[in-house]
Write a protein that binds this ligand. Structure first.
Ligand code: FES
Length: 76
């Protein structure tokens, strides 16, 4: 079974464990989940109102924009 999840965050959240900081990925692109590995930097120039799909090699393509049929996301 597979599922597609849309992440809107463009950066991690800090989790304090004692005196130590752990950075938890919220963008969904980290290859070291649940920790941030810096991959969120790829999302910095994503314009509002559009949805992108990221490939394993880090490339992305636009799969939806505001006003389009949402079913197009699943088939992209
Ligand atoms: S928040 Fe996802 S890699 Fe940094």
């Amino acid at each position: 079974m597979a599922r597609m999840i849309i992440h809107e965050a463009k950066g991690p959240v800090e989790l304090r464990v004692g005196n130590e900081s752990k950075w938890i990925c919220k963008c969904g692109l980290s290859k070291n989940t649940p920790y941030c590995d810096g991959s969120h930097k790829k999302t910095a120039d994503e314009p509002e109102g559009k949805v992108f799909k990221y490939a394993e090699d880090g490339t992305r393509k636009e799969v939806w924009q505001e006003g389009s049929n949402r079913k197009a996301i699943a088939s992209a």
